[in-house]
Write a protein that binds this ligand. Structure first.
Ligand code: GDP
Length: 294
């Protein structure tokens, strides 16, 4: 991921940096290249505009620091802006209740069910007693998929295979989690290919009934701005606390990663970096920014 973007941003900075001093014209030319690179990487237009304006302001206002050449100074400014666009300091899971509830929402195929298992495994390794459940009443295969993954990682999966009411499954799972002293309940929900009212309504009701500590929107890095807009719609309709960015191991251009915080206002908390259960980690904006800048 980010390969093409990284190459172009690095080349633009290098060109700007060749001059001894960064004058306005050199800067504008370089920033135009960075802007095009970001747009081609499918970053949201508003996010790009803010990004470029901020860099311009900081670069022109920057004092000449002794011993630091203009290129180094510019790299630092771009780095800081990238970190900011990617979510700043990075955000942790906030699990306060007992049991803490994590609700996963998102489109079908985004990697939601895989993420449920990855997250369960991640928390189990931290010594937490975790229960999984699937409230996807539309696709029996999704329930079975979760069951299979749960068996693999040794995390119990609460299922009501014949139940058609997703809210009831979520409530029953929470009841079990309380009674059996679980630390965390992870609820996988139905995904659709497109956003629809029924799905939003269902997610909203599950949220009301289970009062989750975290509502995480799972988004596939391979998709485009359409899914970033869907994340925004979900946030406005249901409300969420963070994002899980999946398929960061792919050759995605990077637009989703760089846009989703700016568009939704919510931070990326975790990244899926492969198909295996262990391919999952907290999302560190600084590391990703460093990768882009080489
Ligand atoms: P759901 O429909 O949202 O529940 O999606 P699934 O969990 O079934 O995942 C859809 C596909 O994406 C599966 O083939 C997963 O193995 C794959 N997948 C999920 N997360 C990742 C990831 O981080 N990297 C890669 N390469 N594949 C992933």
């Amino acid at each position: 991921m980010f390969d093409a973007l990284a190459e172009r941003v690095q080349s633009a900075i290098e060109k700007i940096g060749r001059k001894g001093r960064i004058d306005q014209e050199t800067l504008n030319k370089g920033l135009r290249e960075i802007k095009l690179a970001l747009l081609e990487a499918d970053v949201n237009y508003k996010v790009v505009s803010k990004f470029i304006n901020d860099i311009k302001e900081k670069a022109l206002g920057a004092e000449v620091v002794k011993g630091v050449n203009p290129a180094q100074q510019l790299v630092k400014i771009v780095y800081d802006e990238l970190v900011e666009a990617l979510g700043g300091e990075g955000a942790k899971l906030e699990l306060k209740s007992k049991p803490a509830v994590i609700l996963l929402i998102g489109l079908q195929g985004s990697g939601k069910t895989t993420t449920a298992a990855k997250l369960a495994n991640y928390l189990k390794k931290q010594g937490k007693k975790v229960l999984l459940t699937s409230a996807d009443v539309y696709r029996p295969a999704a329930m079975l998929q979760l069951k299979k993954l749960g068996d693999k990682i040794g995390v119990p999966v609460f299922l009501e295979e014949d139940e058609k009411d997703a809210v009831k499954i979520a409530k029953d799972a929470l009841k079990k989690a309380k009674e059996e002293n679980y630390d965390v309940l992870i609820i996988d929900t139905a995904g659709r290919l497109h956003i629809d009212e029924e799905l939003l309504e269902e997610a909203k009701r599950i949220k009301e009934e289970t009062n989750p500590d975290e509502v995480l929107f799972v988004i596939d890095a391979m998709t485009g701005q359409e899914s970033v807009n869907i994340a925004k719609a979900f946030n406005e309709a249901v409300g969420m606390t963070g994002i899980v960015l999946t398929k960061m191991d792919s050759d995605a251009r990077g637009g989703v990663a760089l846009s989703v915080k700016g568009v939704t206002g919510k931070p990326i908390k975790f990244a899926g970096v492969g198909e295996k259960i262990e391919d999952f980690q907290p999302f560190y904006p600084d590391r990703v920014a460093s990768r882009i800048l080489g």
